[in-house]
Write a protein that binds this ligand. Structure first.
Ligand code: TXA
Ligand code: MG
Length: 314
């Protein structure tokens, strides 16, 4: 079976919702990266999803919901969690909260944990698909486990075409890196994965610093934060002021000799949106890639996190 790419319209979104109701897998655009969606309440569909991604069963999935009211049926929101959801949903923020008694998301999707990861996507196609389906959709990034995330429908088809039923094409992903994952468990608010919402913006809403989980790559607090993630086949050299003669150069800002430039004007949002597609493009044509230094402010934290994992430097 080969995945069909269809432009996202009302009719194709309805078609995708019926595929999901029958236990199928659908590639879905979100504002962060493309996700591979399945019915969160159907253990057989979720098992197919783990197999399609080659994802270890101990690594739980994010469930996409229509908003805070739907999220509250799945997880228990304390004051901090509610405040963050109200400020940043719909948008690139995932909240890990204790699972609610009324939850419909199956155990397998949560990898048996007593917590659940929830987010309300801002992309209109993801939002419409969640509404048309009428319940939570789990959706990990639509790439084989450990490889760069997809930011176009053709990335999804190239990587996963044999395993999925349909890809909805909703164009490129405006944010380009995955959601920030925050755990709100008890009084502590911890950063599990940097992403589309910056630490500075989160702390401004909370009025206090986030606690950062100690990075132990063997037992990550967010199990997907394994050391070798987003891997390129090419060797990556980070913080490179200039390329060597046998290297492609992924630039940032006004640098010379860039093979591709994440943002010639030094705009970190633009750089995040370009990151995965430019890494993929250079990976196809080169065996060594040097990457220019990227500042750590705003989206730079998440960009540097992804680059370090791709280069196996964490
Ligand atoms: O932007 C995104 O978040 C994208 C789009 C498609 O929504 N999705 C995404 O999913 O990045 P995925 O599966 O590639 O990453 C989900 C991360 C993993 O690192 C997983 O370990 C973590 O969420 N996670 C899920 N449930 C968790 C839980 N209960 N506790 C801690 N971490 C959890
Ligand atoms: Mg992923």
């Amino acid at each position: 079976m080969s995945a069909l790419i269809l432009p996202a319209r009302d009719a194709t979104i309805r078609q995708a919702a019926s595929i999901l109701k029958c236990g199928g897998l659908v590639g879905m655009p979100t504002e962060t990266v493309y996700g591979l969606a399945a019915n969160a309440a159907d253990p057989e569909a979720v098992a197919r999803l783990y197999t399609a991604k080659g994802r270890p069963l101990f690594n739980p999935l994010i469930a996409h919901v229509s908003g805070l009211e739907a999220a509250k049926l799945e997880g228990r929101f304390n004051t901090n969690a509610r405040r963050l959801a109200e400020a940043f949903w719909p948008g690139p923020l995932t909240l890990v909260v204790p699972v609610a008694e009324s939850a419909t998301i199956c155990d397998l999707a949560r990898a048996g944990l007593d917590t659940v990861a929830l987010r309300t996507p801002a992309h209109p196609v993801a939002r419409d698909l969640v509404f048309a389906f009428g319940g939570p959709l789990v959706a990990p990034s639509a790439n084989p486990s450990g490889r760069a995330s997809p930011t176009t429908a053709s990335h999804v088809a190239a990587d996963m075409s044999d395993a999925i039923d349909l890809v909805l094409d909703g164009g490129g992903c405006a944010v380009g890196i995955e959601s920030t994952i925050i755990a709100c468990l008890g009084e502590t608010v911890s950063l599990l994965r940097p992403g589309g919402i910056s630490v500075e913006d989160l702390e401004a809403i909370l009025g206090k610093p986030l606690s950062h989980t100690t990075a132990n790559p063997d037992t990550p607090a967010s199990p997907g934060q394994l050391t070798r993630h987003y891997a390129t086949r090419a060797e990556l050299r980070l913080n490179a002021a200039a390329p060597q003669s046998d290297e492609a150069y992924l630039g940032f800002g006004p640098v010379d000799k860039a093979t591709l430039n994440l943002s010639a004007t030094g705009d970190l949002k633009e750089a995040a949106a370009n990151l995965f597609s430019m890494l993929r493009a250079l990976d196809e044509s080169h065996t060594r890639i040097a990457v220019a230094p990227i500042p750590m402010t705003g989206p730079g934290g998440a960009i540097n996190d992804r680059l370090a994992r791709a280069a196996k430097c964490v």
